[in-house]
Ligand binder design. Structure first.
Ligand code: UDP
Length: 382
């Protein structure tokens, strides 16, 4: 073999093949590159950045796979991500629309005063106390989401702001859902519409795709290629990081893990400066088929609010997932969790294969948790 041909062959050997150019794969690739490892990142979509992909349309960064608002209480993660972007001062303060009634979220004094015309935290607490229904079980633990919410905030909040939204989001009755789903939503007795409790929050000023581009600088990336196609590619690698669905990796040998999927209806509205006056409006009644409308420009035009002539909105429709659909929200019920545990056992038997990310872990993770997990994995391997 002459020298040139050998160089070509050498070029096609990687320390890591990373399947998935989303946040987990990109952070991991970046860390490994810093550690002088040669990585190839592939993605079956025709773009990088996975579900945090943002695309500039009409001068607006559009969140193509649903709204992503970065928030974290983790100093390490915040410092890390700030190396790749600047964040604006966006604070998520969604509005909920129930028929023609409009409420602030998360559940706070603004919500309660609108609901009951109360003014002080004590008055709000007294009103909730009147309404709550204690959980039925002997140990006082709520058996499902409905019981949990009724025992915490009572009937009005449940009926107007939770029941319809949750049932269309998950396609199941609130009595058949675990309480955990809703535990991420704050309940406070102050006038504070900030959806998150975390210390740090914002939207990257140049969009999320640019973060991933920076993370992947100097790393070989191929898009529009499926992992299955790699076996015929002639490329070789020592280790694999797989951030796709764990059941797909094993060819669904034990059966399919279930998800909720989403359909996004993006619409450019020309000559509409401001469609809804807020980034996120939730539609909490069951009859409206979408859960929320995102108006993307409000994520970035904070402060001075030079809103520009046009706007882009996205309606989000939750759907029953079927094989072949995009998996968004894992259904972490007993049946699926135990199936996942069996796949996990299979994963542990695989030498030189790592699983990561939301789909690898079959968990609904916020972005900061993904970054933390990818950093931890990379550190363990250094
Ligand atoms: N939720 C609700 N009403 C709302 C917003 C949220 O009942 O107006 C419930 C719903 O069950 C949802 C959960 O709270 O699945 C978590 O909401 P979050 O906004 O955190 O969901 P995400 O934006 O991550 O989909």
């Amino acid at each position: 073999m002459n020298g040139d041909a050998k160089a070509l062959v050498d070029d096609m050997h990687y320390d890591y093949l990373i399947v998935g150019a989303g946040l987990f794969g990109a952070v991991f690739a970046h860390e490994m590159k810093e550690n002088d490892k040669k990585c190839l990142v592939i993605d079956r979509r025709d773009h990088i950045a996975g579900n945090i992909y943002t695309k500039n349309i009409a001068g607006i960064d559009v969140h193509m796979y649903g709204a992503h608002i970065f928030h974290t209480g983790n100093e390490r993660v915040w410092r890390y991500i700030n190396r790749f972007t600047e964040f604006n001062n966006f604070v998520n303060s969604p509005i909920a629309l129930y028929h023609d009634e409009l409420y602030n979220l998360p559940f706070n004094m603004n919500t309660f005063s609108k609901l009951w015309n109360v003014k002080t935290p004590d008055e709000a607490r007294a009103k909730i106390k009147e309404q709550i229904v204690p959980a039925k079980s002997a140990d006082g633990q709520a058996a499902n989401l409905e019981e949990h919410v009724l025992s915490m905030v009572g009937r009005d909040v449940y009926e107007k702001l939770i029941k319809g939204y949750t049932e269309k989001q998950w396609g199941r009755d609130c009595k058949d859902l675990p309480a955990d789903i809703i535990k991420r939503l704050p309940l406070r007795f102050v006038y504070d519409n900030n959806y998150f409790n975390d210390r740090y929050q914002g939207i990257p000023v140049d969009g999320y795709t640019s973060i991933v581009e920076k993370l992947l600088e100097g790393v070989e990336v191929r898009t529009g290629i499926d992992y299955k196609q790699m076996s015929g590619s002639g490329d070789t690698w020592d280790k694999l990081l797989y951030t796709g669905a764990i059941d797909e990796y094993f060819d669904f040998k034990l059966g399919h893990l279930e998800y909720r999927t989403l359909e996004f209806e993006h619409e450019v509205l020309e000559n509409v400066t401001d469609y809804q006056g807020n980034a996120v409006v939730n539609f909490t009644e069951r009859e409206i088929p979408y859960t929320r409308i995102i108006e993307h420009k409000h994520f970035s035009k904070v402060g001075g609010r030079d809103l520009g002539p046009d706007t882009v909105i996205t309606r989000e429709y939750p759907m029953e997932w079927k094989v072949g659909d995009e998996p968004y929200y894992p259904i972490n019920d007993e049946k699926n969790n135990s199936l996942y545990a069996r796949y996990r056992q299979m994963a542990e038997q695989c030498d030189n294969v790592l699983f990561g990310g939301r789909l690898g872990a079959y968990r609904y993770y916020d972005m900061d948790k993904i970054i933390e997990a990818a950093l931890d994995m990379a550190e363990d391997l250094k």
